[in-house]
Design a protein around this ligand. Structure first.
Ligand SMILES: [Zn+2]
Length: 390
């Protein structure tokens, strides 16, 4: 790939001025307006570090009860996915643990996960429901997500994912469950959710079912997202595009037609290399076709207890480069500027421009490619939220 003319949008020896939580100047230090430079209320020295927009993790499932470490161990020991499911494992074990947990327990464990993301430079996180699969627990998860984000001083965006899996009590009666999602969960989520999502896959919901969920969500003012083409190509990306969804996520099996449909509708591809890694997938998303179609690509952790227990945004950036061939610059854009577009925050977060929220991350690095290069190191010195450090 040809490097862009101004890689990373770098400003050497730069300065950022903030007033009332918003960026009012960004540029070379020598060009700071004199009225700002002469009477700053507070100065935070960069000391040779790099400043980026605070990272935006635009796809997580970080509110859940229990975890699946024992299942991970059993799979490494040779147990098949089916054997684990028969023994009560898999997603339904997380549903059972989430239903059994109290609201305070969920809030504390989600808060700890958000704190870990924040320590690695994240200032905005999207969190989905989808482990309740009944009205009360789904709404509780959305409430918990917002409260846990407030507790940790991180901006949260919440997404109703009632159409994640069929709950055990609905097995065999898909239509009754879809009615519950569309007629009860979506109306009840207005006010606690920003978006609606569904899992479009042979083992989950059909394209027609997902279309119904996204269209119902849109009718209630919730923009659409879609888990699409992760394990097979059933046309998920095209469904997301046809419904005007802001993103289609995973996309390992997306066809060229799906890529074209996304480009036409402005649907953003979100790549989740953690799930690809943990599921031992071999088929990679069509990154070259996405670039050719002019699509910008977002990257996220997919933090969840089953297929992507990854609590580091930097590891997701690293895996996007190593496994999917993104450049470090594309990868960083995917967790800042492009992720903001997915969450309907384009221009106000994920970018260092005048008028944007002053959500920043300060890094002890010598080159921004280091954010994708190290695995396990954390060069984040501090995050700044609305101009406040700490
Ligand atoms: Zn997901």
């Amino acid at each position: 790939m040809v490097p862009s003319a101004t890689p990373y949008g770098t400003v050497p020896d730069g300065a950022i001025a903030v007033t009332d939580g918003r960026v009012v100047f960004v540029g070379p230090r020598g060009e700071l307006p004199s009225e700002v430079a002469s009477h700053p209320a507070r100065v935070i020295a960069g000391d040779g570090g790099w400043v980026t927009p605070g990272l935006i993790d635009c796809h997580t499932h970080l509110v859940f009860g229990g975890n699946r470490a024992e299942e991970f161990e059993a799979r490494l020991g040779g147990a098949s996915y089916e054997e684990i499911a028969w023994a009560g494992g898999g997603i339904l074990s997380t549903v059972a643990a989430t239903r059994a947990a109290s609201e305070d327990e969920l809030r504390a464990s989600a808060g700890a996960r958000i704190a870990t993301l924040r320590a690695h430079g994240v200032t905005t996180v999207e969190i989905k429901s989808g482990y309740g699969l009944e009205l009360e627990t789904e709404i509780q998860m959305l409430r918990v997500a917002r409260a846990a984000g407030d507790d940790q001083d991180v901006t949260t965006v919440t997404t109703l994912l009632g159409a994640h899996a069929l709950p055990p009590e609905a097995a065999g009666d898909r239509d009754v469950y879809l009615d519950l999602v569309c007629e009860e969960m979506i109306p009840a989520a207005v006010g606690v959710a920003d978006a609606v999502d569904a899992f479009c896959e042979g083992i989950a919901f059909t394209p027609e079912e997902c279309r119904r969920v996204l269209q119902t969500g849109a009718g209630h003012g919730l923009y659409g997202r879609l888990h699409a083409d992760q394990l097979s190509d059933i046309g998920g990306a095209a469904v997301a595009a046809a419904c005007g969804a802001r993103s289609a996520d995973h996309l390992e099996y997306t066809s060229e037609a799906g890529v074209r449909a996304m480009a036409q509708s402005g649907t953003v591809p979100v790549l989740l290399p953690g799930a690809f890694l943990y599921l031992n997938e071999e088929r990679r998303p069509p990154v070259a076709a996405m670039r050719e179609a002019g699509l910008d690509i977002a990257v996220a952790t997919d933090l969840n207890p089953g297929s992507s227990p990854i609590a580091s945004p930097l590891i997701a950036l690293n895996l996007a480069c190593l496994l999917f061939g993104l450049t470090p610059e594309e990868s960083l854009a995917g967790m800042t500027r492009v992720a903001a577009r997915v969450l309907d925050m384009e221009g106000s977060r994920g970018t260092l421009t005048e008028g944007a929220h002053a959500d920043l991350a300060l890094w002890d690095i010598e080159h921004p490619a280091e954010l994708s290069y190290w695995m396990g190191a954390n060069p984040c010195r501090t995050v700044i939220r609305g101009g406040r450090a700490g």
